[in-house]
Write a protein that binds this ligand. Structure first.
Ligand code: FPP
Length: 249
């Protein structure tokens, strides 16, 4: 994958060229960001999209291989109708207008989650975006939309049970690799670094299996304030940590 910065340039920025392969981000705090400015929550989500653009671009520039962004959870349907409608309108706008730009930047975009729950316009815009960018070789961008880990695992278990029942799969052959191949993140590396801005210290049903050995970084900045500098700080924190995966160093 082409990246903008050379190893020397990354080192000059205080980063090691040894980047996390897969970064996941819970984009939290849009509502509070807007409220503190006396604005409606929707404007916080709009500011959140601006931040998304920057972080996607910067991820490509510094050589992150895959980026997963939590945009809408299976639980977010419980929000007031008005807010769900406002977010849906933003999704439609984003997946209609921004795909060309992503494509021009060699980004491969897929959705994580069951997007058939959204309107056909949104679902189709997402499908078209995935189709258009599927051969791109740059950043692998995964946007989680109507995503929840429990839902994802339940779907995987059902499909495995179905195969065992009809005899195409032997229960002795069930292992993590097989399960992992039935998750939305099929074919992607596990999460190395999971970042949650917005002040909360929880995972909220995001990529629970894939983040089993992820390093977690929590920051108090609201998502619209999570600049590229803050992103690099989180990566520096990751690069300082020792990963043992349950073994000894
Ligand atoms: C969490 O902030 C954010 C969301 C539930 C939506 C995230 C959406 C975006 C960043 C923009 C739209 C995305 C796409 C893919 C176009 P919150 O509302 O929970 O904030 P709060 O915790 O301060 O209330």
């Amino acid at each position: 994958m082409m990246r903008k910065y050379t190893d020397e340039e990354l080192i000059a920025r205080g980063l090691s060229p040894d980047m996390p392969k897969h970064v996941a981000i819970i984009m939290d705090g849009n509502g509070r960001w807007a409220k503190e400015r006396g604005m409606i929550r929707t404007l916080g989500h709009r500011a959140g999209i601006e931040r998304m653009r920057e972080i996607i671009r910067h991820s490509s520039d510094i050589g992150v291989e895959a980026l997963s962004l939590y945009a809408f959870s299976t639980e977010n349907w419980k929000r007031p109708k008005f807010e769900v409608a406002a977010l849906s309108a933003l999704f439609l706008e984003y997946f209609t207008k921004e795909i060309d730009e992503l494509h021009a930047n060699n980004v491969r975009m897929i959705a994580l989650g069951d997007t058939t729950k959204f309107s056909p316009e949104i679902h189709n815009a997402i499908l078209r975006g995935a189709e258009k960018t599927k051969h791109n070789t740059g950043l692998k961008l995964n946007v989680a939309l109507n995503y929840g880990s429990r839902d994802e695992i339940t779907t995987a278990v059902k499909s495995i049970a179905c195969d065992v029942k009809n005899g195409t799969l032997d229960d002795d052959d069930i292992n993590y690799e097989l399960i992992s191949d039935r998750l939305y993140t099929k074919g992607l590396p596990d999460i190395d670094l999971l970042i949650r801005p917005g002040g909360e210290r929880r995972l909220s049903n995001f990529l629970l299996m894939q983040a089993a050995y992820a390093e977690l970084v929590f920051t108090d900045d609201y998502w619209p304030d999570f600049t590229n500098e803050k992103y690099e700080e989180a990566i520096k924190e990751f690069q300082k940590r020792t990963r043992r995966y349950g073994g000894l160093k």
